[in-house]
Design a protein around this ligand. Structure first.
Ligand code: HEM
Ligand SMILES: *[C@@H]1O[C@H](CO)[C@@H](O)[C@H](O)[C@H]1NC(C)=O
Ligand SMILES: *[C@@H]1O[C@H](CO)[C@@H](O)[C@H](O)[C@H]1NC(C)=O
Ligand SMILES: *[C@@H]1O[C@H](CO)[C@@H](O)[C@H](O)[C@H]1NC(C)=O
Ligand SMILES: *[C@@H]1O[C@H](CO)[C@@H](O)[C@H](O)[C@H]1NC(C)=O
Length: 480
C-alpha cells in the first residue's frame, strides 16, 4: 500500500473520529442539558416514531424525563433538539416567539407544507396573513356562521341516524372539511369536494411516516396527495379569477382582492400554501377532538348526563322552540366548554410544538445553543399529576370555576403566545354545536373500534363505529 493511501486512511479516521466525538459532544457555550444524541445521523428518530396505543405521555419522553429530568437533548430527523416538558421553559419559549425563539419545523415538514406556510413565515408577512385568517375565523365571522354550522350538523346527524352504523372519525372529518372548505373556497356545490378531500386523506396518512420519498412509501403518497390537492386549489383560484364574484365572502375572494392591490406582499404561492395549511389544520384536528370526545362520553354516563342537562336546559328556556341556536346560548354552555377543555387536554392532538433558538438561551443553569431546535411537549404538561390529579381520568369538573390556577402555563393544547392557534374558536364552536345537537336529539351505542395509536400523532386505526338513534320520548320528557 502506498504511503499516500495510508495517509488518506489515517486522515479519514481522524476526521470520522472527530466527527463522531462532535456528534456525541456538541459544542455549547455553557452547559447542555443531559440526554443522548443517539446514533450518528439518525439520532433517536426511530425511538421517537415508535407507535404506542396509550393516552399517556409518549414513552420516548416519559423514559427520558425519568432519566434526565424535564429538559433533555436529543437528535430527531437529523437535527439537534432540546425537548421541553417543563411548563416554565415552555411558557418562556411561547412568550419569546420572534425574539430568542422562532417558529421552525423540521425540513421534512417544510417540504410537506410548502416553503411559505404560516408556520415558517415571520415578522410582517406573518402578521398580515394572520389578520387575513382572523377575519375569516374571528368572533364576528363565527357569529354569522353559527346557523350554518348548526344546519349542517343537524342534517348530517339525521343522515347518520338512518344508517346501521357510522364511523365517526371519517364522517366528522368529511363534515368539517366541507364546512371549512365552504368558508375558504365556497366549495360546497363544486363537483370535486370529495376528490379534494381524498387527496388530503392520502396526504395525512403519510404525514407522520418516515420521510423516504420513493414510490410505494406512505411518505411518497403524502407528497403526491399534496401535489394533487395544490393543483386543484390552483385551478380553482384561476377559475375564480376568470369569474370574480360580486360579494367578497370567502378566502379566495380576499386573496384575489389582495393580489390586485398595488405593492402587495401576497403572492399566489403564499396564498395557496396558506390555504392548504388551513384546510389541513381544520379538518384533521377538529374531527380527532370530536372522536375523542364521543369515545370518552360513551364510557362516562355521569358526564353525558350533566352535558345533556345543560343542553336540555337551553332548549327549555328558549322562547321560540323553532328558532336555532343563538350566540348567547352558545356562550352559556359552560359545562360543554369544560368537556372540550378536558377532551383536548387528553387528546394531545399536537404532540410537539417546534421552535428554533435564535441565540444562546440560558435557563435554570442549562444553555440552549443558538441554531438548535426546541420541541415543547404538551402531553408532558397536560398529564402532569402534580397539576392534574389522576391525569388520565376524563374529568370535566376539574375545570369548574373557569381557569385552573395559572392555567396558561399548564394548558397548551392550542399553543401559546403570539402563535396561539387562530382556529381555537372555530374548533370550539363546531364541537359545542355538535355536542348540543347530538345530546339533545340522539343516543348512541359504540359498535366497534375506538382504539387509538400514537406515532406520535394521534390516529384511530380502525375508526370509531357507533350506532345512532333518536332519543326516546321518555328521555326527552324533561324538555317538553
Ligand atoms: C382541536 C383542534 C385544534 C388544535 C388542537 C390546534 C392546535 C394548534 C397548535 C398547538 C398551534 C400552535 C402551533 C405552533 O405554535 O407552532 C396551532 C396553530 C395554528 N392553528 Fe390550530 N389547532 C386546532 C384547530 C385549528 C383550526 C380549526 C384551524 C383553522 C382555522 C387552525 C389553524 C391554525 C393556524 C393557522 C395556526 C398557526 C397560527 C400561527 O402560527 O400563528 N387550527 N394550532
Ligand atoms: C406505551 O406507553 C406507556 C406509557 O407512556 C408505557 O407504559 C407502555 O409500556 C407503552 N407501550 C408500548 C407497547 O410501548
Ligand atoms: C361534503 O361535500 C361533498 C360534495 O359536496 C359531498 O359529496 C359529501 O357527501 C359531503 N360530506 C358531508 C359529510 O357532508
Ligand atoms: C360539474 O360536473 C358537470 C358534469 O360532469 C359539469 O358539466 C360542470 O361543469 C361541473 N361543474 C364544475 C363547477 O366543475
Ligand atoms: C378552558 O381552558 C382555557 C385555557 O386554560 C381557560 O382559559 C378557560 O377558562 C377554560 N374553560 C373552562 C370552561 O374551564
Amino acid at each position: 500500500m502506498s504511503l499516500l493511501a495510508v495517509c488518506l486512511i489515517a486522515v479519514a479516521i481522524v476526521f470520522i473520529t472527530h466527527w463522531l466525538y462532535r456528534w456525541w459532544n456538541p459544542r455549547c457555550n455553557g452547559k447542555l442539558p443531559p440526554g443522548s444524541m443517539g446514533w450518528p445521523l439518525i439520532g433517536e428518530t426511530l425511538q421517537f416514531f415508535k407507535p404506542n396505543s396509550s393516552f399517556d405521555i409518549p414513552l420516548f419522553v416519559k423514559q427520558r424525563m425519568k432519566r434526565y429530568g424535564p429538559i433533555f437533548k436529543t437528535s430527531l430527523v437529523g437535527r439537534p433538539i432540546i425537548v421541553s416538558a417543563d411548563p416554565e421553559l415552555s411558557y418562556l419559549i411561547f412568550q419569546q416567539e420572534g425574539q430568542t425563539f422562532q417558529s421552525w419545523y423540521p425540513d421534512t415538514f417544510t417540504e410537506i407544507f410548502g416553503r411559505e406556510n404560516v408556520g415558517s413565515l415571520h415578522g410582517f408577512m406573518y402578521k398580515y396573513l394572520k389578520n387575513m385568517v382572523l377575519s375569516l375565523f374571528g368572533p364576528e365571522s363565527l357569529k354569522k356562521m353559527l346557523p350554518e354550522v348548526e344546519a349542517t350538523i343537524l342534517k348530517k346527524l339525521n343522515q347518520w341516524s338512518t344508517m346501521d352504523t357510522v364511523e365517526i372519525k371519517d364522517s366528522t372529518a368529511s363534515m368539517i372539511f366541507n364546512l371549512t372548505a365552504k368558508k375558504l373556497i365556497s366549495h360546497e356545490a363544486e363537483n370535486s369536494s370529495e376528490n379534494l378531500r381524498e387527496n388530503f386523506v392520502a396526504f395525512i396518512k403519510g404525514l407522520i411516516s418516515f420521510p423516504l420519498n420513493i414510490p410505494g412509501t406512505a411518505y411518497h403518497k403524502c407528497l403526491q396527495g399534496r401535489k394533487k390537492a395544490m393543483k386543484m386549489l390552483k385551478s380553482m383560484l384561476h377559475e375564480r379569477r376568470m369569474m370574480p364574484r360580486k360579494e367578497n365572502t370567502d378566502f379566495f375572494d380576499y386573496v384575489l382582492v389582495e393580489l390586485e392591490k398595488e405593492g402587495t406582499l401576497l403572492t399566489e404561492g403564499i396564498a395557496l400554501d396558506l390555504m392548504f395549511v388551513l384546510l389541513f389544520a381544520s379538518f384533521e384536528t377538529t374531527s380527532l377532538a370530536l372522536t375523542v370526545a364521543i369515545r370518552y362520553l360513551s364510557n362516562n354516563p355521569l358526564v353525558l348526563q350533566r352535558l345533556t342537562e345543560e343542553h336540555d336546559g337551553i332548549l327549555k328556556r328558549r322562547e321560540n322552540p323553532d328558532s336555532g341556536l343563538t350566540w348567547k346560548e352558545y356562550k352559556s354552555m359552560t359545562f360543554t366548554f369544560q368537556v372540550i377543555n378536558e377532551t383536548v387536554r387528553l387528546a394531545n392532538i399536537v404532540p410537539g410544538i417546534f421552535r428554533k433558538a435564535m441565540r444562546d438561551v440560558s435557563f435554570k443553569g442549562i444553555t440552549i445553543p443558538a441554531g438548535w431546535g426546541v420541541m415543547v411537549c404538551p402531553p408532558a404538561v397536560h398529564l402532569n399529576p402534580a397539576r392534574y390529579e389522576n391525569p388520565l381520568d376524563f374529568n370535566p369538573w376539574r375545570w369548574e370555576g373557569g381557569e385552573i390556577n395559572g392555567a396558561s402555563k399548564h394548558f397548551m393544547a392550542f399553543g401559546g403566545g403570539m402563535r396561539f392557534c387562530v382556529g381555537t374558536d372555530f374548533t370550539k364552536i363546531q364541537m359545542a354545536v355538535f355536542l348540543h345537537c347530538l345530546v339533545t336529539k340522539y343516543r348512541w351505542n359504540p359498535i366497534k373500534g375506538g382504539n387509538i395509536l400514537r406515532t406520535p400523532g394521534l390516529q384511530f386505526p380502525d375508526g370509531l363505529h357507533i350506532q345512532l338513534a333518536e332519543r326516546r320520548s321518555t328521555e326527552t320528557e324533561s324538555i317538553q
